[in-house]
Design a binder for this molecule. Structure first.
Ligand code: GRF
Length: 215
């Protein structure tokens, strides 16, 4: 008997019957939300696994964390291609090759190509550091968001997990959590309070999405 063939057959059979949800996390920076999700999946024993970390920056904290934890990494930027179309199609191809079910944006500082959104309808989620629909849209990222919240004199801010569509921060809202804006807050202090809340909210939203997928 050809033993190597036998092994492949068993592996394929295992993959076909395995219903673990396969996640790709897209990051550009520190990756603290990526880490929060990674540890929450383990702690809560959720039926999902992060199988890919994709980034436009090869050396960011998120990619480093992925490498240290045996998660496949993919450095993909427009600059590597002669056209945006080729870049977007390659991204779709790679995600399909890794059999990705859900894409989790965790501090990915690029707009997800429309071709990817079309290939994964209602399967891409993002976390935004404010209470959408306020303080969202193009240019509303990082400290810009928190400065805008303070400039507007808001008494509360928070985080929003939403589905991703072709427009910045416009997809259906899945979950939100508020935090207070305190007297004397600076963009930095507000950002730290919101980020702490994100680390609980994002795993919770993902858990809810997974339970819908598995029900
Ligand atoms: C978070 O504030 C998130 O809301 C925004 O990008 C930041 C990512 O931070 N989308 P980290 O890389 O997860 O630490």
């Amino acid at each position: 008997m050809d033993r190597s063939y036998n092994k492949i057959e068993k592996y394929d059979l295992y993959r076909m019957t395995d219903n673990t949800t396969r996640l790709a996390v897209f990051c550009s920076g520190t990756g603290s939300n990526f880490q929060a999700i990674f540890y929450a999946l383990k702690k809560k024993k959720l039926n999902a696994e992060i199988v890919l970390c994709l980034s436009n920056r090869s050396q960011c904290g998120a990619m480093e964390f992925a490498r240290l934890n045996g998660i496949a990494t993919l450095h993909l930027t427009e600059k590597q291609f002669t056209s945006f179309h080729e870049f977007a199609e390659t991204m779709v191809w790679c995600l399909r090759a890794k059999r990705i079910d859900i894409i989790v944006l965790a501090g990915y500082m690029r707009k997800v190509p429309d071709a990817v959104v079309a290939a994964f309808p209602e399967k891409i989620i993002n976390i935004h550091p404010a209470l959408l629909p306020k303080f969202g849209g193009e240019g509303m990222y990082g400290m810009n968001v928190h400065s805008a919240v303070l400039d507007a004199g808001e008494t509360e801010s928070g985080a929003t997990v939403h589905l991703v569509n072709e427009e910045y921060d416009k997809g259906r809202i899945l979950l939100q959590q508020k935090v207070p804006v305190l007297p004397g807050d600076t963009p930095d202090t507000l950002a730290a309070r919101v980020l702490e809340c994100e680390h609980c909210l994002y795993p919770e939203a993902l858990e809810q999405l997974l339970s819908k997928l598995h029900s």
